[in-house]
Design a protein around this ligand. Sequence first.
Ligand code: NDP
Length: 332
Amino acid sequence: MAETFTAVVIEDVDGRARTAFRQLALADLPDLDVLVEVAYSTLNYKDGLALSGNRNKVARKLPMVAGIDLAGTIVESRSPDWKAGQPVIVNGWGLSETQWGGYTRYQRVKAEWLVALPAAFSLAQAMAIGTAGYTAALCVDALERWGSLASGAGEFLVTGAAGGVGSVATALLAARGCHVVASTGRPDTHDYLRQLGARDFVTREQLAAKGGPLQKERWTAAIDSVGSTTLANVLAQTVYGGAVAACGLAGGMDLPATVLPHILRSVALLGVDSVMAPAAARARAWSRLARDLDPARLAALTTVEPMSRLPQLAEEILAGRIRGRVVIDVQR
Ligand code: NDP
């Protein structure tokens, strides 16, 4: 085992959050039950925020090892539930917020945060999914529980479609036979999104402009990772009895909407959180991913980058320039 290893650490420098590559030893890691040798982490929008210096509102105590996801192999375990050699993943649970995260060769984590790597996936594939992909699966679950997938009829909207959540949501809905309409601000991603299963497109601008409280009914259901005016318009365009699963704020955290879609059309706004989602919801989401996410589509939406490029990648995801999902190889 290496004596020291590289980690991406957010530090307090004169009252400002700064990100640096630091050498850590095992003795520096938190005293938690399971030591994992990390193979891969990922890049999510929240990672971009965490690494973005003075815009950082993610890491709530410093120093903080960044990275909200990790996948690797257990080296040591004090928990009877887990043993050395098992491949595992962690998504959320406050990693990079209040708990040290995945941008490191080794990390210690709580036993109850671990999910056994699903047999369908390699460690790299599990991180190609990562928090963004597993959140997309939670959103599809929410719509299914509401009843929106029962007939599969009509049009299903995905906003922020070329991003991480959006790409996996598009692939999962298409796999269920839904007619997916992708909303993107990047026309050059249309071929990519068609490859994932999108059949039609609306522009980002069409949904971002302020609209009326009740608009022409179009969407059987929607998955929204944008928030703000976009979410308000999506709710106003959802059919009677339809539902919108909302998980993100890439366009803003406000919601300038009225109650009319809810009280006149019985439209449901289903909130989706991945960080503290209970184990049963995680298990359902990972089963869905194993069943419905075609490996060729997963490969099409994935790129692998070395950890050394994280500072640039963080800027790119906040600028909306990342397509699909980025796996971070923590050993490079
Ligand atoms: P990405 O950056 O990969 O995707 C976001 C996408 O949103 C972009 O690719 C872009 O899509 C679109 N977008 C970006 N900026 C704007 C803007 N100003 N207005 C409208 N659309 C915009 O991020 P992730 O997929 O990792 O995360 C998406 C959102 O979901 C984030 O807000 C994130 O915090 C949230 N999230 C929440 C989780 C939860 O537990 N609730 C878990 C995971 C993510 P395009 O180019 O196609 O228009």
